[in-house]
Design a protein around this ligand. Structure first.
Ligand code: GAP
Length: 436
């Protein structure tokens, strides 16, 4: 029997134990809202990012990737409205002095921690400010970018001048963003240092609706590729005051996290708000010239925005299963092979038989020509080795035994079914190649 729901604690504990995600600065007691990715976590994260980059940037002719600076001229954030408006309502308890996000409280007058009286809510700007250079005065203030989108808009003119793209086209970026969240919580769901995969897809003003629909479909298809089940994702049409200041239409892709249905990704129609604002504040022309008609105008933009940490958490939650196999309960991550940090594990049946170890090393080297992430494990009995790989989502385990020495075949064990087959090394290589 499979357990369908998994608690956040189970995932947090597996992530720490098996080297996916650790609390940030842990030996100093941590730093709220920060996490460090361990060896398996960083690979899973990169695999998700690479899948996105390959699909939405490299394999498309209408897409341009950039990697802009995190520190930007502060005027860019004045133009975008972040200096004046990127804030959350902050409320402080008059008794225990704890601070909360007013819009997250059931009762905005009583402290949920100590029962004391809460003060008046005030707007708290979430941008992290720092100083650039040796000067200490206000003129040296710069911000860590709160969204990667900013770096895309300020490079619109550069990309147009270098590549002369025809509309519609997009500029994409993966990178860090920083938000001084009042209440970071729920593991990597709400953090202060986050990563985003964002696209600004520039269109003619009259074509935004068709493009919005297209990106809506592409985002759902990407979720399916990551192994996130359709029934766990829900579209929320964001209305009224909940819309960001730049958006005319936004759909939040919500995921059923163990702590409730919460935003995973966003898809926004940002109109020509950003380019117009940057044109006005920078004094640089950011219009697009249509060569065929001679028309000049500011393109409108559709923005698919994906948080990497929230994606990775949804992927882990979707992949985690507990089932019965061979009379034992096991924990298994049924990750799509494309993003699994380890693609296969090779092991000799017995580690004290040099002929088996030598052959297994040879098989591993051959399979590493298909993909380098082929692990080696010769610790404990075979059953234990399988369990360890199941828990980190390795799709295949390959065992080299005495028959291998006789006829060249190996045992291939499938992670999800636990079934074992005898195959040649070439057949195993083809099996791995077909799914990664
Ligand atoms: N450029 C648009 C933008 O940044 P957003 O809805 O504020 O829009 C986009 O953020 C995505 O970034 C979210 O859907 C989420 O995946 C992720 N995200 C935002 N704030 C986050 C935080 N504090 N911690 C983790 N992920 C966050």
């Amino acid at each position: 029997m499979e357990k369908k729901t998994v608690s956040l604690d189970t995932i947090v504990s597996l992530a720490k134990r098996r080297g996916f995600i650790y609390p940030g600065s842990e030996i100093y007691g941590g730093l709220a809202g920060t996490f460090d990715y361990g060896p398996l976590g960083v690979t899973l994260k990169k695999n998700i990012e690479n899948l996105w980059w390959r699909q939405f940037v490299e394999s498309r002719d209408d897409m341009y990737g950039i990697d802009a600076a995190i520190l930007m001229n502060p005027k860019a954030w004045e133009a975008s409205g972040h200096v004046s408006g990127f804030s959350d309502p902050l409320i402080e308890c008059e008794k225990c002095k704890r601070r909360f996000r007013a819009d997250h409280l059931d009762n905005p007058s009583t402290c949920p921690e100590c029962g004391g009286k809460l003060g008046e809510a005030r707007q708290f700007n979430m941008m992290f400010a720092t100083k650039a250079g040796a000067a200490e005065d206000e003129s040296a203030t710069v911000y860590l970018r709160p969204e990667t989108a900013g770096g895309i808009f300020v490079n619109f003119k550069n990309v147009v001048d270098s590549f002369h793209p025809k509309l519609p086209f997009g500029i994409a970026q993966i990178g860090k963003a920083f938000r001084n969240e009042i209440a970071p919580r729920e593991f990597v769901f709400r953090v202060r240092e986050l990563e985003q995969m964002e696209i600004e897809y520039f269109v003619r003003p009259g074509e935004w609706e068709a493009s919005f629909e297209e990106w809506h479909g592409l985002m759902h298809a990407f979720a399916a590729e990551l192994g996130i089940k359709k029934e766990d994702i829900h579209d929320l049409e964001v209305e009224g005051d909940d819309l960001a200041h730049y958006s005319k239409r936004t759909i939040d892709f919500e995921f059923d996290y163990p702590f409730g249905r919460k935003e995973l990704w966003g898809l926004a129609y940002r109109t020509d708000f950003d380019l117009s604002a940057h044109q006005e504040h920078s004094g640089q022309k950011l219009e697009y010239l249509d060569d065929s008609t001679g028309e000049k105008f500011i393109p409108h933009v559709i923005e698919p925005s994906l948080g990497v940490g929230r994606t990775l958490l949804a992927v882990l939650l979707s992949a985690y299963h507990e089932d019965e196999l061979g009379g034992e309960t096991r924990a298994v991550l049924k990750l799509p092979a494309k993003i699994a940090p380890v693609k296969a594990m090779v092991s000799p049946l017995l580690k004290n038989k040099p002929e088996l170890v030598g052959k297994a090393r040879e098989v591993r080297a051959l399979l590493q020509k298909v993909h380098p992430a082929i692990a080696w494990d010769d610790n404990g009995n075979i059953g234990k080795r399988y369990r360890r790989q199941d828990e980190i989502g390795t799709p295949f385990c390959i065992t080299i035994d005495f028959d291998t020495l006789e006829n060249g075949t190996v045992t291939l064990r499938d992670r999800d079914s636990g079934e074992q087959e005898r195959l040649t090394v070439e057949e195993v290589a083809a099996r791995i190649q077909a799914v990664i």
